[in-house]
Design a protein. Sequence first.
Length: 336
Amino acid sequence: MLILGLETSCDETGVALYDGGAGRLLAHAVHSQTAMHEAYGGVVPELASRDHLRRMVALTRRVLEISNRTTADLGCIAYTEGPGLAGALLAGAAFARGLALALGLPATGIHHLEGHLLSPLLSARAPRFPFVALLVSGGHTQLMRVQEVGRYQLLGETQDDAAGEAFDKTAKLLGLGYPGGPALSRLAESGKPGRYRLPRPMIASGDLEFSFSGLKTAVRALTSKEGELAHADLARAFVDAVVDVLVAKSALAMEKTALTRLVVAGGVGANRQLRGALDGAARQRGFDVFYPEPELCTDNGAMIAFAAALRIAAGKTSASGPAFSVRPRWDLAAIS
């Protein structure tokens, strides 16, 4: 079955075509709204929703052309049902449901974080179930136990800012603009380690919870002092602190669950410092770590189409009529 996947949860429009029968991704395309939102210093929900509507038809045509397929070849349409910005989700859901109705196809809503969580299975080096998943994106930092498709247990999550939010807010303090997270990571690569010492919030708490707002506050305290700061060195100190916490909590999750496979997904999962530190911890502690391809770390339609294919194969998806809804807030552990 050929599955068209649509992702519109925030500020990236993603469309992909996945062949469930052959088990391979045929094509995917993503349009980022970064340039449009840059002038506002953050995502403007109304603008995001309107831009999704402008992009979806062209992106759908592109992936069909790349794959040498037509809409007549489609067997199902999958879209992001939540969580995310309500208007952006509605734009994608309305397009998906309308197209499905016109073509006489089933349409199914997919959990955005489930897409991220399962995306490493698209890689050539794919993990087997069960595994621990570290989800680190702009709005989420969670550790999950993944038994199989649809069986997820929350082990711990952030109590305030997610790691990605802390990256963006710290980048703004350093004058790096929007989106700041990738720019902060690049700046940190040229920084000298150890010049500034920042806290590692909750690193020794003994549980799997996270907190990053205090780390951002510590950076603000340093930037408010008189005298010049070496921004590259401060960026390095920030990234080192976040990475230390994420690695320590991930290692503890592996110990507590007695599992041997760790999956890392979400935009922050593309960070090279984090990948290097996790690889080192995996070698020392005897577990394996898996990542999605870098291009699949950010929001994309491929992960939505792939998650739908796995759900269909497992008999855990359902299609409804033309009526639909979206879920801006949706607990991943509550789905089945």
